[in-house]
Design a protein around this ligand. Structure first.
Ligand code: GLN
Length: 217
């Protein structure tokens, strides 16, 4: 079984561990550079991207993480984890000196943090998610939980959009075309979702990630 690390500096590490174990893979928390060595895959959990960003530098993990991600290690990021995988943030948080938060990068996308917040802080919805159906099975929608979630505002050419959310009308600009935002993307060995499959008992996203690690998806 593949060994999957979860970056265990802050965030919903235990929920991801449970989901990965339920899929039959082995799991280990990552807090030190040396713990990256044996991994077949890595999860960047949901949490607070600014905090995780700071802690990766304090723990000496930033450079080794960037190296492994760019070296082809399969990585799945949920919510804050998606922000950390993005090459660009539309509205990065800044520290007291005005320095913007950093990402690890790898995914050619631009994310906007807390993007749905203008409408509503947190919400749940059913999502059509391509790439989940196994042969001969119908594509059951994913029950997706968004918690101060980012959305994807730009996707690069090599990035595949796996799921999108239709924005509710904002009551001011009557729209003719419905506005949609990508909330699940994949680019080669990197997978990211704005929402948290780890908190709902949904296992198919983690299964997809494990199939990616095995080279089966
Ligand atoms: N808003 C958080 C951030 O910017 C992400 C929230 C989450 O992971 N649920 O990091």
């Amino acid at each position: 079984q593949p060994l999957i690390g979860i970056l265990a500096l802050q965030g919903d590490v235990r929920e991801h561990a449970r989901a990965i174990e339920a899929c039959g893979a082995r799991v280990v928390g990552v807090r030190r550079p040396g713990e990256l060595a044996d991994l077949d895959g890595l999860v960047l959990p949901g949490g607070e991207s600014t905090t995780i960003d700071k802690l990766t530098r304090i723990f000496g993990l930033r450079e080794p993480l960037v190296e492994r991600i760019h070296g082809g290690l399969p990585v799945y990021g949920s919510c804050a984890g998606m922000i950390l995988l993005a090459n660009d943030i539309a509205d990065p948080a800044r520290d007291m000196d005005g320095n913007p938060q950093q990402t690890l990068g790898g995914l050619d996308i631009t994310v906007r943090r807390n993007a749905f917040g203008r409408q509503v802080d947190s919400f749940e919805t059913e999502l059509q998610f391509s790439a989940l159906a196994r042969a001969g099975e119908a594509d059951e929608p994913v029950h997706a939980v968004f918690i101060r979630a980012p959305w994807v505002e730009r996707v690069g050419g090599a990035v595949e959009v796996l799921a999108s959310v239709e924005l509710p009308p904002d009551g001011q600009n009557a729209r003719i075309e419905p506005e949609v935002r990508a909330v699940a993307v994949r680019s080669q060995h990197l997978l990211a979702t704005s929402f948290h499959p780890e908190v709902t008992g949904e296992r198919r996203i983690h299964e997809l990630f494990i199939r990616m690690i095995r080279g089966e998806a």
